[in-house]
Design a protein around this ligand. Structure first.
Ligand SMILES: [Zn+2]
Length: 97
């Protein structure tokens, strides 16, 4: 995939998975030298899923995840400020008609 193929924002977490491949004669079979793969971990419909990332994608995907988190935090902050402003209205305004 070219460098332009990564979306600007991505929900999930970039994590390194370590696991056995299952081949009996592989170096990973003794459990000491496991294979490492960088994946995007995300939840969908209440289930945790992962998607493999190629080495060339990791940096851009991690940046897109960070962008989403920053945007989400900012949105949360604005919504909390809105709630605080609503709750701070004078009592007379709260009574309605
Ligand atoms: Zn292996």
């Amino acid at each position: 995939m070219g460098s332009g193929g990564i979306p600007r924002m991505i929900r999930g977490s970039v994590v390194v998975q370590r696991r056995r491949c299952g081949k009996p004669n592989c170096r990973c079979a003794d459990g000491e030298q496991l294979h490492e793969a960088t994946v995007l971990s995300y939840s969908e419909g209440g289930r945790n899923r992962t998607v493999m990332l190629s080495p060339g994608e990791v940096k851009a995907v991690a940046a897109a995840v960070a962008r989403y988190r920053a945007a989400r935090a900012k949105l949360e902050e604005q919504a909390n400020a809105g709630l605080a402003a609503l709750l701070a209205r004078p009592a007379s305004a709260r009574r309605g008609r």
